[in-house]
Write a protein that binds this ligand. Structure first.
Ligand code: DAH
Length: 355
């Protein structure tokens, strides 16, 4: 065999192997590997074609023509097989990812009110049905509204720095003196509500919102919520207070809900009471949540102190008032049987989605 015949035989064998391999290729990646293996800089075909230069000069034209045919054939096969594979891949993808346009659309997840918001709304609705109007006050309050006007004197322990968050800055021109602080209760709205009404009767408002205290442990959060109620009119009595609160409890917890009033003290009411509701966790038998007593405190209440009526512009000889302040977290926990107050603040969706 001459050198040329030998070379042509190798080229033919290579062409056959290439044809078989190309026909068997199943993926674009496999095909690319083959291309590099055959036609790359160190590819089998590239190297073989390079040996063309070693043949005798008169043999080169014919050998060269053959070489070009083989190369063109390999290139064309690569191209054709590539098209086949891509078409097949597309087909498979279309089949796998087929969109059924007749399926109903997916609904994006919707948020919903937080349990604290739900009970606040529920409480507002109950008191609204009893004739109370919703009022509002600022969370950054002056000492006068938060303390003085509510008959809490300057030396009262509640005013100490440990208990309140004081805020730098001065009250606006319309504020009657005192430093600014984050309100420690919603009771200052009583004063604002009375002053806004300029001695008109009756005053019948509730005010819900955030309050702040320097407290932070398992059962106390530095920010929590209260709902404040105030009724001022001629002839308002303690019986009205008890009746309103009993009705409130029945609306929240059902007709058998009982409340209990214990004598207490608040500077802004006289007499004052702390009000418990029958423990829904143990049906009054006594459990961890109610600390064995069968009752859970949910609010403070009382008859508005004469000094407070005066601060609001009303004559205590002429009118009387009842007031109450409800802990919203407590009510939410009892309403939904939540045993740990922290669940209300952690924002864990597994908890929140239940409401
Ligand atoms: N302000 C009281 C507190 O934060 C709660 C309170 C008690 C409000 C008696 C009242 C009331 O309106 O009459 O602890």
């Amino acid at each position: 065999m001459t050198a040329r015949e030998l070379w042509e035989a190798r080229l033919a064998a290579l062409a056959t192997r290439a044809r078989t391999a190309l026909a068997a290729a199943q993926s674009v990646q496999e095909l690319e590997e083959l291309r590099v293996h055959l036609l790359g800089r160190k590819g089998e075909l590239t190297l073989t074609l390079r040996e063309l230069g070693q043949l005798a000069a008169d043999e080169r034209p014919a050998a060269g023509a053959l070489a070009n045919r083989v190369r063109a054939e390999v290139e064309q096969s690569l191209e054709e097989r590539g098209q086949e594979i891509r078409a097949r891949d597309l087909e498979q993808r279309l089949e796998a990812e087929a969109v059924d346009v007749t399926l109903p659309g997916r609904r994006p997840p919707r948020g919903h009110p937080h349990p604290l918001v739900l009970v606040r709304q529920e409480m507002e609705a109950i008191f609204a049905s009893l004739g109370f109007a919703v009022a509002e006050g600022p969370e950054v309050e002056s000492e006068w509204y938060n303390f003085e006007a509510l008959n809490i004197p300057a030396d009262h322990p509640a005013r100490e720095m440990q208990d309140s968050f004081y805020v730098e800055g001065h009250p606006g021109a319309d504020e009657p003196r005192g430093q600014l602080l984050l309100r420690t209760h919603t009771s200052p709205v009583q004063i604002r509500g009375m002053l806004a009404q300029q001695r008109a009767l009756p005053v019948r408002i509730i005010a819900a919102g955030r309050v702040y205290r320097r407290d932070d442990d398992a059962t106390h959060s530095p920010m929590f919520h209260q709902v404040e109620g105030l009724l001022v009119d001629r002839g308002v009595s303690f019986a009205h207070l008890k009746g309103i609160l009993a009705e409130f409890a029945r609306r929240l917890w059902g007709p058998r809900a009982a409340i209990r009033l214990r004598p207490s003290y608040f500077p802004f009411t006289e007499p004052s009471a702390e009000v418990d509701v029958w423990c829904v966790f143990c049906q009054g038998k006594g459990c961890r949540t109610c600390k064995g007593s069968g009752w859970i405190e949910i609010l403070g209440a009382g008859m508005v102190h004469p000094s407070v009526l005066l601060a609001g512009g009303y004559d205590p000889e002429e009118v009387s008032g009842l007031a109450f302040g409800v802990g919203v977290e407590r009510v939410a926990m009892l309403r939904y049987q939540i045993e740990d107050i922290r669940l209300l603040y952690e924002g864990d969706l597994r908890f929140l989605e239940q409401f």
